[in-house]
Design a protein around this ligand. Structure first.
Ligand code: ADP
Ligand code: MG
Length: 653
């Protein structure tokens, strides 16, 4: 066949990334080798797996390995594997393009990276695997033949706008990546990637746990054979890594550095793990696990494409990435491996979904992760703070579906609160005004039976909402829930340690003690009578907007507010549903009036004096509009409201 060299362009983001790599001042250049070895190891895992699945696949799996080869004269370093390889299309897709889900995020980060010292962080954040080669090489050649295919593909790029690709013959199956190293810096021998000691050191440091042998030809000097003779130099093949699976070793035996590098390998992430959780189960169903809680959320944590789950191994053989059966959605940030003893090696996804043992393992892993977070909360507030900041929102999703662990999740959760001293607590470190539920309960006022909360879009909106007034004036603490997920769980979780959750924007509030109630009863009856006419009239005038009008016990400063019935949608929930494209009937709530406010008492007097006056009706509309604005709601006809208001302002001048 005639070889035809085609020149293709990198996608714009990829180009920017490459440029960044070429000019990188990233101090940890060594990690390029870790990335290439990690890819080679994945490719070997995939090939072994494929050969189990597809008995007709004609491949030799008897000596799967990774090889490093140095050419001193040409200053090249080659990383070779006899793994699964890539087809031509795969090379274009995988090497020429950035992962689709990440593109938008990378673009954003790249724009920001232009200034400042951000490139370093960018590299750290996105873990730009294969491309990291361009930190040390000014040209990279990749030759690959996919298992089962006849022709191979040769890809080459100098890391600029384009790459070349051609189809070639006569290539062993697998992939070799050849780095044409940048000229040696005479000042800096630490970065000579043709030096045997250097490669040895990097492999030991970053890739020792890799299960496949990583081999290199090394020069050995043996003592002279006869006395007085010259020492004998020979070339031997040496395996540089120990290949011990980390999860099979006792924790005391493994250094933090080793765990960290293993975490980088399994998670494809570049941050450091916050928690390392080894786990072992013996008995009828044996397995070992090694889990990690990352310290930084991945950029796609809330994207649909985000993959959850840990790696599944069976008797030390890699079976699959992202095994969803092992980790629930709300722990999708947990990374690691589970190595089960009693599963079949050619187990399929379909079988896994039914597997009772996997369900049991998942149960245990979930409990272990939650108890780890609990310990963190008790013993290391700083760490817990990092954890909660990174993954709190995700963890709370568990409150919606995981009934068995609901109390445990609530127990390790933190919430913002109106109590300004809450932040000083032990468990929440110095998060400003955050609290656990236990701490909230411990601070509850005498006679308080419920955990009060309010949901909203921002802390400020909630704090300034009229609903807060009575609580503030009585010094009753209210949880401020501003994560979208809060809307979803808080309505369906009935209680924590015997205390019910109660929204301060729903239902009626009853903060009075028995004595206060008695004292207020007479006044109350009086007001009810006094205002009966106004309430009825308002109900019919504002019928389009509200389903009921009543007197309030929750207001001290504001004239009016809107509240929902217990099972009504909150405004934020309504917004979320509408934003997701769902059809909803118009939601009407209850208008509550503060009879002590001059606007309300004045409106009553005006309505009694001039029941049919259009201006009085406009005041009612303005009153409703301000109540809506005060809670951060949106007017259905803002232009109309503005006109009414302007008219009134003119009159006041
Ligand atoms: P990641 O490993 O995080 O997916 P990389 O940039 O390191 O990102 O690699 C991109 C993709 O290219 C890999 O997911 C894999 O599909 C493919 N690839 C890279 N190196 C190899 C290799 N040696 N053998 C087979 N496929 C490879
Ligand atoms: Mg990789």
């Amino acid at each position: 066949m005639t070889a035809q060299v085609e020149q293709l362009e990198f996608q714009a983001e990829t180009r920017q990334l490459l440029e960044l790599m070429i000019h990188s001042v990233y101090s940890e250049k060594d990690i390029f080798l870790r990335e290439l070895i990690s890819n080679a190891s994945d490719a070997l895992d995939k090939l072994r797996l494929e050969s189990y699945r597809d008995k007709d696949l004609d491949v030799d799996t008897s000596d799967l390995h990774i090889e490093l080869e140095v050419d001193q004269d040409n200053r090249t370093l080659t990383v070779r594997d006899n793994g699964i390889g890539m087809s031509r299309d795969e090379v274009i897709d995988l090497i020429g393009t950035l992962a689709k889900s990440g593109t938008a995020e990378v673009r954003k980060a790249l724009a920001q990276a232009k200034d400042a010292a951000a490139p370093q962080e960018l590299i750290g954040q996105f873990g730009i695997g294969f491309y990291s080669s361009f930190m040390v090489a000014d040209k990279v050649t990749l030759v690959t033949r996919k298992a089962g295919e006849k022709h191979a593909t040769r890809w080459e790029s100098a890391g600029e706008a384009t790459y070349t690709i051609e189809t070639i013959d006569e290539t062993p199956q697998g992939t070799s990546v050849t780095l044409h190293l940048k000229p040696e810096d005479p000042e800096d021998h630490l970065y000579d990637y043709t030096a045997e000691w250097k490669l040895r050191q990097i492999v030991k440091r970053y890739s020792d746990f890799i299960a496949w042998p990583i081999r290199m030809q090394v020069e050995k000097t043996k003592p002279a054979e006869e006395e007085g003779g010259e020492p004998v130099k020979t070339i031997e093949t040496e395996t540089l890594n120990s290949g011990k699976a980390l999860w099979t070793r006792p924790k005391s035996d493994v250094s933090d550095e080793e765990y960290k590098e293993f975490y980088h390998h399994v998670s494809h992430a570049w941050d450091d793990p916050l928690e390392i959780i080894p786990l072992k189960a013996e008995g009828t169903f044996e397995y070992q696990a090694l889990l990690f809680i990352p310290s930084t959320p991945p950029f796609d944590l809330f994207m649909r494409e985000h993959k959850r789950g840990v790696q599944l191994y069976v008797k030390r053989v890699f079976i699959m990435d992202n095994c969803e059966e092992l980790m629930p959605e709300y722990l999708r940030f947990v990374k690691g491996v589970v190595d089960a003893q009693d599963l079949s090696l050619n187990v399929s996804r379909e079988i896994l979904q039914q597997d009772r043992h996997l369900k049991m393992i998942q149960k245990r892993l979930v409990k272990k992760v939650l108890s780890t977070v609990k310990d963190m909360q008790a013993n290391d507030p700083e760490k817990y703070k990092t954890f909660w900041g990174a993954f709190g929102k995700v963890l709370k999703e568990g409150l919606i579906g995981d009934y068995d662990n609901r109390d445990a999740i609530l127990g390790v959760s933190s919430f913002e609160s109106t109590n300004s001293s809450a932040g000083a607590s032990e468990a929440t470190g110095n998060l400003p005004a955050w609290t656990t539920l236990r701490e909230y309960i411990a601070r509850m006022k005498e006679g308080q039976e419920q955990i009060f909360y309010m949901t909203g879009e921002t802390r400020q909106m909630v704090e300034n909402s009229p609903h807060m007034e009575a609580f503030r004036s009585r010094g009753i603490e209210v949880l401020i829930l501003t994560d979208p997920v809060d809307e979803m769980w808080v309505g369906s979780v009935p209680e924590f340690e015997g205390k019910k959750f109660q929204s301060i924007a729903k239902g009626t509030v009853d903060l009075d003690t028995e004595e206060e109630k008695k004292a207020a009863e007479a006044e109350r009856e009086e007001q009810e009578k006094e205002y009966a006419g106004l309430l009825e009239w308002l109900k019919s005038t504002l019928d389009e907007h509200v389903k009921e009008v009543r007197l309030s016990t929750r207001l001290t400063d504001s004239p009016a507010c809107l509240v929902g019935d217990t099972f009504d949608f909150t405004p934020m929930m309504e917004k979320m549903y509408r934003a997701s494209g769902q059809q909803l009937p118009p939601m009407k709530r209850i208008l509550e009036l503060n009879p002590k406010h001059p606007l309300v008492s004045g409106l009553r007097a005006a309505h009694e004096a001039r029941p049919d006056d259009a201006e009085v009706a406009q005041t009612a509309e303005l009153l409703y509009g301000t109540a809506l604005l005060a809670e951060g709601g949106e007017l259905s006809d803002p232009a109309h409201f503005a006109k009414l208001l302007a008219g009134r302002l003119v009159k006041g001048l």
